[in-house]
Write a protein that binds this ligand. Structure first.
Ligand SMILES: NC(=O)c1ccc[n+]([C@@H]2O[C@H](COP(=O)([O-])OP(=O)(O)OC[C@H]3O[C@@H](n4cnc5c(N)ncnc54)[C@H](OP(=O)(O)O)[C@@H]3O)[C@@H](O)[C@H]2O)c1
Length: 277
């Protein structure tokens, strides 16, 4: 793996998170080429990581220069730029290259249709905690991926958290849970902080109470691999205060609300996929 040659096309927040994972994973910086739109972004990456960086806004053939001959090509540009980038790299791409796309809503079949038949395509859906190596990535394979190529992709995303391999028709569903999930958690935190302030705590104390509680509960369930319902029961004494609070939440039909939220997100994911075609 150390000697693998890599091109990262589009090194913004997600591309750079995965670049950090690759470097930690031992891929040599001299084997990594990255591209950005702006010269300043390319310069910053070259300085920080010691990789070769090209700016597409300055060098129109930047993406082709980076992709030429690379064994792994990570597409981390915005979905709207994927087709233009595939057009730029299709004539220089190595016959046995593995293309990994994190672009939301673009299928492996669409990417395969722009590239030579021998090129393998994997689609991945990471989430924002990948930026601190606590990500969850869904990975699905296109029609030409070998077991070794899948293992490489799993290793790359495991370097920024954990991963799940799934059928491509499940990737939108995954994105409604782990992709949108951090926003659900931050929304709950916002509301909980507002509640703490309404109970008289300062902003600083309310923030600490809530963030440390979420961190502690997440660590507790992760370390014990416990059942969330059981862990909840351990905090809930019969006829105690937590029991009263949970009863109110149940009256609010949280279960139905979560189902409605994820169903709305899934419907929107399908609409976006149609728009990308
Ligand atoms: N962020 C997430 O949590 C997340 C999660 C799952 C999937 N994704 C997917 O990851 C992809 C990137 O998202 P992001 O949040 O990382 O976006 P971002 O921070 O805006 O990064 C986009 C990068 O692409 C570069 N770029 C733009 N046009 C280019 C071109 N023609 N050639 C080469 N590079 C170009 C930009 O350069 P400059 O820096 O110079 O502008 C920037 O480095 C998207 O497809 C998104 O669906 C993101």
């Amino acid at each position: 793996m150390q000697d693998t040659t890599v091109a990262i096309i589009g090194s913004g927040s997600m591309g750079t998170a995965i670049l950090s994972g690759m470097v930690r994973h031992g891929i040599k910086k001299e084997n990594i080429k990255v591209t950005t739109r702006k010269v300043e972004s390319a310069d910053a990456l070259a300085k920080k990581f010691g990789v070769t960086a090209y700016a597409a806004g300055y060098q129109p053939n930047a993406n082709a220069l980076a992709a030429e001959g690379a064994q792994i090509i990570l597409l981390a540009i915005k979905p709207a730029n994927v087709i233009e980038v595939l057009d730029q790299i299709k004539n220089v791409i190595a016959k046995d290259a593995l293309v990994i796309s994190v672009a939301a809503g673009i299928t492996t079949a669409t990417i395969e249709s722009y590239l030579p038949d021998s090129v393998a395509v994997i689609r991945a859906m990471p989430n924002t905690p990948a930026l601190i190596q606590r990500g969850l990535t869904g990975i699905s394979v296109g029609s030409r991926v070998s077991a070794d190529q899948l293992a490489v992709a799993v290793a790359l995303f495991d370097a920024v958290g954990k991963s799940v391999v799934l059928a491509e028709d499940q990737i939108d569903a995954l994105s409604t849970i782990s992709g949108s999930g951090p926003a659900y958690v931050f929304y709950l935190m916002e509301e909980f902080i507002a509640t703490a302030k309404a109970m008289g705590f300062s902003q600083e104390d309310a923030y600490l109470l809530v963030t440390q509680t979420f961190l502690g509960a997440s660590e507790l369930i992760t370390q014990t691999q416990g059942d969330p319902a059981e862990l909840r029961r351990q905090v809930t004494s019969p006829n105690g205060t937590t029991m009263k609070a949970i009863a109110v939440l149940e009256e609010g039909k949280l279960h139905t609300l979560f189902l409605k939220a994820t169903t709305a997100a899934l419907a929107r994911a399908k609409e976006i996929s149609q728009e990308q075609k």
